[in-house]
Design a protein around this ligand. Structure first.
Ligand SMILES: Nc1ncnc2c1ncn2[C@@H]1O[C@H](COP(=O)(O)OP(=O)(O)OP(=O)(O)O)[C@@H](O)[C@H]1O
Ligand SMILES: [Mg+2]
Length: 561
């Protein structure tokens, strides 16, 4: 080669190789290759034909030197017949003085620029034909010479390396992107699992899902629709959504409903057109693109997660987003199913606790008041039959006493149902009277240390506190066989701490036989956003609860007060 290539050409070839290898983008490598081939040989036109997989035809044909207009005039690009076909069949360099004179020549199509001198060099990648470089019309009408051929052969070798390099990089890049996608999908799943954690409050879980989902696919808004019988109801929303009554859609006869039934992820370019739905109906008035992903748990579609309008890019979602949101929806569905189950269980529990409470009052009224009133009736009937005024007076006096007892007993029951003192006097005095009553009724020594804030607490919170102390004391009286009980109430860090400790036999913590008293206590404390702990003391039992003073945040107490 050093015989045909002078020093300057060699320098330029080395430079060319360096340039080619520096690029990792295949398109750029090929453009540069054509320019270099033209520069090195002084050709007016340069072209690159890339073979198809079977290596029988050209799949791509890139050119330099031919302008747009000429390209259009020529029409179809060559597929590799005629002269170009020779290089395909026999990948060896080919130099011609006059293309048109070769027996295999077809002639040029109309509008094709005039081309006479020709140099064709194959590009082999790992010994296999990959494509051909074609150069025509050397400057000054000269023929391409041996040095041109040698330069282009070297260039073709460089090109083979650079192409291979770029292709490898592309493959690695694709693989990296694929991995990145997988990692993001995994992260999406982990995110929701972490965010939801032990959270079992359904509304909170739904809120986390729409917010995280929205961030994940960068959507303008995200809705969660949950199935309720024959309808889909918007259960939570994040982003740009109208503040209004949650929308409802029938499952049957709506395309959104169909996506739910078929459990199909649906990518939609135009909500109004593709879902036959005015976006306003869902509270997302300007939505156009949408991605609908069903929330499937154990084969059952609980609802749909719908993302509207991607914030970056063209606004529509990609297959990537689809995969990502699907991975996310799978774990979101589990979280929703969990929270729904807990909610149903909570409701069942609180209904049972309420039912039990009612039964207790019925029993109390039956055993105490009804018995008493029955006795009174007997007494009064008897008195009515008396003729001796002295005896009658005695009987009536006894009846009056009985009535007084019944009034007391009814008052006690009513106080238990809703301590009037709570409403009239507030928590402190109501508790005082409760402690006094407990002490005198059960012969217990009650030690108390009650420090409440100066202001009144939320009425619901006062009820919770009263009920917790009341049930704890009732339990001490019923089960503990204690002689002393200490009751403490204190406020620290905006939380109210309650502690009821007795010196009795101690609760069996290993086999907790929870009656409705403890269930109700837990229920009330949980609804107030607090914590309850029941532990063995040394001796006895310690019931402690902490309740946030800001009760209003936790909504209304639903169990009977
Ligand atoms: N202070 C205590 N000392 C010893 N055992 C207790 C104490 N408090 C509760 N227990 C035990 O825990 C059980 C559950 O209490 P819980 O208040 O839930 O039900 P209960 O008092 O038996 O019935 P209910 O409160 O529904 O009338 C009790 O049956 C009792 O065995
Ligand atoms: Mg009890």
């Amino acid at each position: 080669m050093d015989r045909v290539l002078d020093h300057e050409r060699l320098e330029r070839l080395l430079e060319a190789g360096r340039g080619l290898l520096a690029d990792l983008d295949l398109g750029l490598v090929l453009d540069r290759l054509l320019e270099l081939a033209r520069e090195l040989t002084g050709a007016r036109y340069a072209a690159l034909g890339i073979l198809d997989e079977r290596r029988t035809e050209l799949e791509q044909f890139l050119t330099v030197g031919v302008d747009e207009e000429t390209h259009r005039a020529i029409g179809d690009l060559p597929r590799g017949r005629g002269i170009l076909g020779i290089l395909i069949e026999d990948p060896e360099p080919l130099r011609l003085h006059e293309v048109g004179a070769h027996p295999r020549s077809y002639g040029f199509p109309p509008g094709h620029p005039e081309m006479r001198t020709f140099l064709g060099v194959p590009i082999l990648i790992r010994g296999e034909a990959w494509g051909n470089l074609y150069l025509t019309e050397k400057a000054g009408g000269e023929d391409f010479d041996e040095a041109d051929e040698a330069s282009v052969v070297v260039l073709a070798d460089w090109a083979a390396l650079a192409i291979e390099h770029a292709r490898l990089y592309e493959a690695v890049d694709a693989r990296r992107k694929e991995l990145e996608r997988a990692v993001r999908g995994f992260e999406a799943t982990a995110t929701i699992a972490r965010a939801v954690g032990g959270e079992t409050d359904l509304d909170r879980v739904l809120e986390l899902i729409v917010k995280r989902g929205r961030a994940l696919v960068e959507a303008r808004s995200v809705l969660i629709l949950l199935r309720e019988d024959d309808e889909l109801r918007v259960a939570s929303a994040a982003g740009h959504v109208m503040d209004r009554e949650p929308a409802r859609l029938p499952v049957a006869g709506s395309l959104v409903g169909a996506a739910l039934e078929r459990q199909h992820t649906t990518l939609v370019g135009d909500v109004e057109r593709d879902l036959a739905l005015v976006p306003e109906q869902l509270g997302v008035p300007d939505a156009s693109a949408a991605l609908l992903v069903p929330l499937v748990f154990r084969g059952r579609a609980l609802g749909l997660l719908i993302a509207f309008d991607r914030l970056s890019g063209a606004g529509s979602f990609t297959r990537d987003d689809e995969q990502l949101l699907q991975a996310f929806a799978a774990s979101a569905a589990t979280a929703v199913a969990n929270a729904q189950a807990v909610e149903a269980e909570r409701l069942r529990h609180s209904l049972r606790a309420a039912e039990e409470e009612r039964r207790r009052w019925a029993r109390e009224l039956h055993d105490e008041t009804l018995q008493g009133l029955g006795g009174l009736r007997v007494l009064l009937r008897g008195a009515g039959r008396r003729t001796d005024p002295e005896q009658m007076r005695a009987a009536l006096g006894e009846a009056a006493q009985q009535v007084t007892r019944e009034i007391d007993s009814l008052r006690a029951i009513i106080t238990d149902l809703r301590p009037a003192a709570l409403d009239e006097l507030g928590l402190g005095p109501a508790l005082d009277s409760l402690l006094q009553r407990t002490a005198s009724a059960h012969g217990l020594e009650v030690r108390s240390s009650v420090e409440l804030p100066g202001r009144r607490l939320a009425p619901e919170l006062e009820t919770v506190v009263y009920r917790v102390v009341q049930e704890a004391l009732t339990n001490v009286a019923k089960h503990a066989q204690a002689s002393t009980v200490a009751v403490g109430l204190h406020v620290a860090n905006e939380r109210l701490r309650i502690r009821v400790a007795d010196d009795g036999v101690g609760i069996a913590t290993d086999t907790p036989s929870e009656g409705f008293g403890l269930v109700g206590m837990r229920e009330r404390v949980a609804l107030a956003g607090g914590d309850l702990e029941i532990a063995r003391g040394e001796p006895g039992t310690i019931v402690s609860a902490t309740l946030p003073l800001a009760y209003a945040e936790y909504g209304n107490l639903t169990s009977p007060a």
